[in-house]
Design a protein around this ligand. Sequence first.
Ligand code: ADP
Ligand code: MG
Length: 601
Amino acid sequence: MEQKITVLSRDVANRIAAGEVVERPASILKELLENAIDAGAADLVVELEQGGCKTIRITDNGEGIDGDEMALAFQRHATSKIRFIDDIDHIATYGFRGEALPSIASVARVEMISRRRGALSGNRIVLDGGKIETMAETGCPEGTSVRVTHVFDHVPARKKFLKSVSTEQAACMEVLVRVALSRPDIRMKVLSNGREILYVPHASRLSERLALILGEDAAAHMEAIEAERPDIRVSGFVTRPEYSRSNTKGYHFFVNGRFVRDALISHAVMTGYRRVIPEKRYPVAVLFIEVSPGDVDVNVHPAKTEVRFRNPRAVYDCVVQAVVSKLAVLPGGEQPSGGAAEKSAEATYHQRVEEALKRYTLVTGGNRPTFHVRQERKESAPLFDPRPADVPQEPGTEPSAGRGAAGVRFSGLAYLGQVGATYLVFTDRENLFLMDQHAAHERVLFEKIRSEAVGRETFRQNLLVPEVITLSPPEYAQFMQLAEPLGRAGFDIEPFGGNAVVLKTVPSLLANRSPREFLLDLVTDVLDGASPALPLALREKVFAVMACKGAVKANHTLSSDEVASLCLEMDKIPFNATCPHGRPVYLIYSMTDLQKLFKRT
Ligand code: ADP
Ligand code: MG
């Protein structure tokens, strides 16, 4: 009988392993940077072409590799960093799995040139698709240079998943930012398509780098924090509550120097900020958590961005404590209730859990809503027709045509009032209409922005003094990626040297908001999650986010006039029963629906 089980060839095994380690150019960059740092480099030059999709090259001044070990470095599980299984418990290097180089070599073409410190000459090795093509002695400076080209040429499936060049570039910049934040002692020069885009000089402490790496705005709002517990130390920088972001992209957590994504740490940070930062806003936080190497397992994930703590609870508490003890002493912050910072953190933590529980029981338990009909309701919100009588009814445009559900026209509806400062209630005497005011307004704004974006000139407003916005390197890459759709939406931005952009116009619709903050939120929101690479999709998303940010929020009491003008606007746009994010704008209950609800049928 033919044998069914065989051991995979080295090539196949490497390529499968590569799937986990090298997902995209940025992951190649990360592995190469870590190798250079593990080799004790103090200076790094990083060259990217087309966001790393074409070429990634890293030159370091580390200890280098001996000629006779060079080929070995590209073998699976070949590492100089650990020897015995127990070594895994006290790893002081980024690498230890011996997987990166063989994985990278299996999906691209790699050239490594290296000269060991003190050696007379160096060596050059070239691999393509995992196979050695050339191996020879060569003259070169001390240190190592690795050049990766033809990225994913051997794995077309993966190549297809690459996003746009600017998205991949932004991902690469994020990797560089993490290195720059965790290793102030390392100098870095970054070139993109031959042009220098980032230069980070040596620094003795992180604070000297914050402005350069996170942008001046964020850095200006940061405070140093720290806390200690037995065998745990937390330190770093967080922004004061008045500076926040719309997502957690500003979180940079390092465990024993290693960048990690960790839900536990994120949660602890948010616990620290609860009640001092609005809902769905997040600080920028650079946190270093030091634990004894035996108390954390870094070997959870092939890319090593996840860790497992032996005592997660203690780590959690220490992070909360670091955040709370600083926020509490800021002007306007909460006063520590128990004197010692540690006690205060504990107290605040328990108090916050208590509050959350209380809120929960209030919503679900005991206090049933009462049918208390307020008398003054009748006077303050009379039945009224939101469409002024003198507006012609446009007999040609038939409500049913393209207007969807039962040919809704607000002119035909009587407004009954607002519920929970969120929903508007209407009736046509037969049906009950509930309208989500935020969703409705969003829809209106979206249509407006979209239609005005076509006739570009009327839509924008020149800023008297153009505003210069200094960004972090990844933010800069993102802004440039969105320059076209932003321009269409009324924000004309241009590069302004370094990582700064200059904002020349703003959309007239939003002229009264701080353009700087608005833009930052806009860009982070648009690029949140998987960013659509198609310009048209990006454009729509920019409009949708703009509409959302400009729309009346739920929980805002609208005056009758405001309701009237909202309804008027709703009447003008092509009827579409969802907001730009796809949530419904209306719910309609017919008599039959109501009878069913009252169990009359
Ligand atoms: P790991 O980093 O897990 O050991 P890698 O596949 O990334 O595995 O690298 C294999 C080995 O090659 C390393 O252990 C190291 O000895 C050597 N090496 C890789 N990059 C460099 C570099 N830039 N400078 C010096 N040595 C390097
Ligand atoms: Mg490595």
